[in-house]
Write a protein that binds this ligand. Sequence first.
Ligand code: URA
Length: 239
Amino acid sequence: MPNIRKCSLAVLNYYKSLGIESHIQNKPRVRFEDYFYTKNQKKLLLEDKLKELKKKIINLDCKLKLKAKNFVFYDGFLRSDIMIIGEAPGYEEDKLGKPFVGAAGKKLDQMINAIGLDRKNNTYITNIIPWRPPNNRTPTDNEINFFLPYVEEHISIIKPKILLLFGNVASKSLLKLKDGITKNHGKWFNYKNPFLKKKIFTTCIFHPSYLLRSPNKKKIAWENLKKVKEKIKSLQIKT
Ligand code: URA
């Protein structure tokens, strides 16, 4: 554990060396939150950050929200080391305001349960797009790019150790891939974005809706999920 006093002094001396003598902010800034807070306090901090992000997104000027019934933000365990990102809410998700609760959600649960993961204890789930695109159409590039910075911030709030991108939209947009998921499923990437200090082990997996339409691809998805299980073990992540 680092010496908090020494670290704080080093930061202050650094500011002093730049000629900065005073610093005014609306809220106190906690630089060592990993060390200062108890688990409960960390959960409250997380909830605050998520509330702020939710407020920011809800206030965006976006046509999708005019047609959708509900804003779909996240589901799962807040302090998860595993974060799942899908595409966009469908009919059931729009109705309930939760990601992956329809047929694709049931399939997703089956897939993650098979490797010891579930949304109650160890997995956090969100989507690239928070409002259902009309008639479940694929989101446009403009819509994806519009929400991408908010997804990046979302990832930096949860700070998972492993990121699982389900389907083409999440995989291509976050990893800036030229080729789609057919070429990249099962590979490991070091994901980084401007909000993150550390890279995150990231992989792409076929979307559960695709597997419902093409059951012959289940075997490949299972091989990819086994690799996730191995990674969880090698990183000594508790599930
Ligand atoms: N498909 C997704 O990508 N996300 C959902 O929440 C539901 C279906």
